[in-house]
Ligand binder design. Structure first.
Ligand code: CP3
Length: 348
């Protein structure tokens, strides 16, 4: 059971749209290559091994959280780990990113994918959750996460990152039944995986639909919406969920309808106008990660602009519109966190 310190934390209150003394902030990819402490560990251990080591994964995240002073931690893991127990050969190649050596290009290949039982094959992630939870200050919420079905399917089909998702869309349009089966398989795996993370100690769940913004609203409705609705519908409604995507300005209303207690806004939208349009729900965002490459004053000005637009309205979680980039200066990140805390405290 969740303790009172956690449920009354600024972050969880903001997820529930309650009044807070200041605006909570955490940053996507807050533990990673932009930090020297991370680079030191990574110079000795490959990325997948780091994800499989509760001790190191905990150290990486707790160090980042302490250094930055953020209001939430996220487990150190990756959305693609779920692919391995499906039977896919995943490798992270230096300078390239994630690569799957046996991508799925036909319905026959899709049928060969295995059902995932996370308690067996992904128990190391649950160990990371447990270990991170016990190492964090008792009032600091821990976010568990997964990829969303479309984003996961895009990696399964493309075999890695992609520019225009041609192979994914080709599969989706040409084989609607196989697409449905694939999306349902991913939903079953993801629901068990996320529930397992909550059992292991996560207070909040974020679902990353990072690449769904490549679809039209009509295709989102037909090929993605039913599975997102099913996924969110199967999660415990007491646990706040963050529904995140990139380039989703035309999809936000449907994303809200599909589920999630918090909607992620990327930096391409005007936060005030968009929040008004989508209606009452908590929102997370939406500073452009590239602002963190500018001078300190610009970082403050840009963060102030977002906070001024929001006007202290309940239910705002400050974050970037997408993850921190690998060469970001750490001092600017710390400056941002401090500024958001100070400035939002004054206004409330
Ligand atoms: O601080 C955190 O947020 C840590 C946890 C985390 C990672 N990946 C660690 C990671 C999270 C939440 C993710 C999510 C993730 N992974 C997403 C969704 C978020 C988004 O950016 O939209 C996606 C699409 C992935 C897939 C992935 N993993 C890619 C495309 C890459 C290569 C690109 C890159 O940034 O290197 C990864 C590798 C990865 N995941 C790293 C980290 C710290 C870098 C690994 C390294 O080289 O050390």
């Amino acid at each position: 059971m969740e303790n009172k310190l956690l449920s009354e934390s600024v972050f969880l209150k903001a997820c529930r749209c309650e009044n807070t003394d200041y605006t909570p902030i955490w940053l996507m990819r807050q533990a990673g290559r932009y930090m020297k402490e991370y680079q030191d560990i990574r110079s000795k251990v490959p990325f997948l091994e780091l994800c499989r080591s509760p001790e190191l994964a905990t150290e990486v995240m707790v160090t980042a959280v302490e250094r930055l002073g953020v209001d939430a931690a996220i487990i150190f893991s990756d959305i693609l780990l779920i692919l391995q127990p499906m039977g896919l050969e995943l490798e992270y190649i230096e300078g390239v990113g994630p690569v799957l050596h046996n991508p799925v290009r036909t319905p026959e290949q899709a049928q060969m994918l295995k059902e995932v039982e996370p308690k067996e094959s992904l128990s190391y992630v649950f160990d990371v959750v447990k270990s991170t939870r016990s190492a964090l200050p008792s009032g600091l919420p821990l976010i568990g996460f997964s990829g969303a079905p479309f984003t996961i399917a895009s990696y399964i089909i493309e075999g890695g990152s992609s520019k225009n998702y041609q192979l994914t869309k080709q599969f989706m349009y040409s084989h609607p039944t196989a697409w449905q089966n694939l999306m349902e398989l991913i939903v079953r795996a993801t629901v068990k995986y996320l529930k397992g993370q909550v059992e292991a100690g996560a207070q909040v769940l974020q679902v990353f639909d990072s690449w769904v913004g490549c679809l039209s609203p009509t295709d989102y409705r037909a090929f993605v919406f039913p599975y997102m609705k099913s996924l969110f519908g199967q999660l415990d409604s007491d646990i706040p969920t963050i529904h995140f995507g990139v380039s989703t300005a035309t999809l936000l209303k449907q994303q809200k309808e599909a589920g999630g207690s918090v909607i992620g806004l990327d930096f391409r939208v005007d936060i005030k106008k968009t929040w008004q349009e989508i209606g009452p729900i908590a929102v997370q965002g939406n500073l452009d990660p590239c602002v963190l490459y500018a001078d300190r004053n610009t970082v403050r000005d840009q963060a102030r602009r977002i906070l001024d637009q929001v006007e202290g309205k309940n239910g705002h979680i400050f974050n970037l519109g997408h993850g921190i980039l690998p060469t970001t200066p750490v001092d600017n990140v710390i400056e941002l966190v401090d500024f958001v805390h100070e400035y939002s405290q004054k206004r409330s």
